[in-house]
Design a protein around this ligand. Sequence first.
Ligand code: HEM
Length: 233
Amino acid sequence: MYWWALAMVAHPEVQRRAQDELDTIVGRSRVPTFLDAPNLPYLQAIVKEVLRWRPVLPLALPHTTTEDDWYNGMFVPKGTLVLTNLWHCNHESSFYGDDAKNFRPDRFLDANGDAIPGPAETREDGHGTYGFGRRACVGKHLANESLFIYIATALWASTFERIRDQNGKEAPIDTETFVDTGMVLYAYHHASGLSADLYTTASLSRTAARLRLGFLRYLRYCQLRRSYMRREP
Ligand code: HEM
């Protein structure tokens, strides 16, 4: 979500287009639900693109080989520690084109704005962020669905903007500096015009409410409550 919020303030045109899609499909009288997902291809493309652009586990999880092997002419003895360079896979220009390093959700849409599958090697994900093979992330469906509903609800309710100084000048933004914990890669939000608590920087101009802290959690609560109440007995 940090990387996504950073992408929104760095690319306000992407944010506006997602909000236009939400306004057309969902409208202003209700919050988005999971049932809207098939009709929100641009939003789904944003989820894929933020996972591709900034994989939070860029070297996945370490594995060891269970037997001697050969790879590209190199001998790999049993017990070798292997790390997958997911960052490189996600930024491979032969898959994603010369603009692979840019945040561009459109790469997951066709000329009509309909969703297209990512490269075959990524299965239907469009990126390698969840790893590969039998030990790929088992939580990816939960993660994808959660990101979708959080992002849809946040953009339905609010607009993410850069912090401004006393003179109204926007803070500089930096999408290239990371906080590297050795495993997980965080956005360096202090240098990017976002405060330590991202959610306080979002302008809630799209809602009548003047909620500040915790508004995402509140909207999620409303969302779950409505979905639950709509269920058939
Ligand atoms: C955006 C969110 C997530 C990302 C980017 C992510 C990424 C990953 C990656 C890269 C791996 C290692 C795959 C490999 O070694 O090739 C992994 C493994 C795993 N993930 Fe996730 N994950 C996410 C969310 C979740 C969630 C929500 C759950 C559980 C509810 C989960 C559970 C697991 C488990 C149990 C493994 C180990 C699988 C195994 O070793 O067989 N992950 N994840």
